[in-house]
Design a protein around this ligand. Structure first.
Ligand code: HEC
Length: 192
């Protein structure tokens, strides 16, 4: 059996591997320009965080952290934001409330995600968190051995980041970009 660290490692390593692609290639000779994988226009997003790069339908910011791509006045989201919405509703809503708004038991993630980078977020999800000083002991469970969360951690972060940035309103996003083939492949490998 693969341990908790193993799975978290896969997700984090996947991201790290992805960011290797940001190492600039040697300048192509002007006579043979490389075909543009994504024009600047494709990267323009609603919301304050602009993606710096897209690969296989996954958008990342200038630090290599997963981020959203929202267009059409907030109506159309990238696949990862959509997937994150679904996974949030399956695994987090019971404590953190609809649309990340918080509940009497658990804090608003719309607020908590402000300025929280992916590594910090992943650390909390993998290991959990507990506030023993509160009048009622508050426990954020560790999800490190739960594939339904671990395999979709960048997705959930992307969705919550869009909510936190004010780029995405409440409720289910009306439209989304197609599910990338690479997503399906990674999902199969992770859930095995
Ligand atoms: C059983 C209830 C419960 C579930 C389910 C749950 N959480 Fe939490 N979560 C909490 C509590 C309670 C806290 C506050 C812990 C503390 O203050 O130390 C918390 C804290 C957090 C924090 C840190 C917030 C901050 O201000 O630093 C993040 C991020 C978070 N949760 C994300 C998630 C995500 C994403 C999911 C779904 C994968 C999830 N939680 C599922 C109860 C839960």
């Amino acid at each position: 059996m693969r341990g908790a660290d193993g799975m978290a490692g896969i997700v984090l390593a996947g991201l790290a591997a992805g960011s290797l692609w940001t190492i600039p290639a040697r300048a192509a000779p002007p006579a043979a320009p490389a075909p543009a994988v994504s024009g600047a226009a494709d990267l323009k997003s609603d919301g304050p965080t602009q993606p710096a790069k897209v690969q296989d339908g996954q958008y990342t910011d200038k630090n290599g952290d997963p981020t959203y791509h929202i267009t059409d006045d907030g109506k159309k989201v990238d696949w990862y934001t959509m997937s994150g919405y679904l996974r949030y509703n399956a695994n987090c809503i019971v404590c953190h409330g609809p649309d990340g708004m918080g509940s009497t038991y658990a804090p608003s993630l719309v607020d908590a995600l402000k300025g929280m980078d992916y590594a910090h977020f992943a650390g909390i999800i993998v290991g959990g968190k507990r506030d023993v000083n509160a009048a009622q002991e508050l426990v954020m469970p560790a999800f490190g051995d739960n594939r339904n969360v671990m395999c979709y951690m960048p997705d959930i972060y992307t969705y919550l980041r869009a909510r936190s940035d004010g780029a995405l309103g409440r409720n289910r996003p009306p439209e989304h970009e197609p599910k990338p083939a690479a997503f399906e492949k990674a999902e199969d490998a992770c859930m095995k």
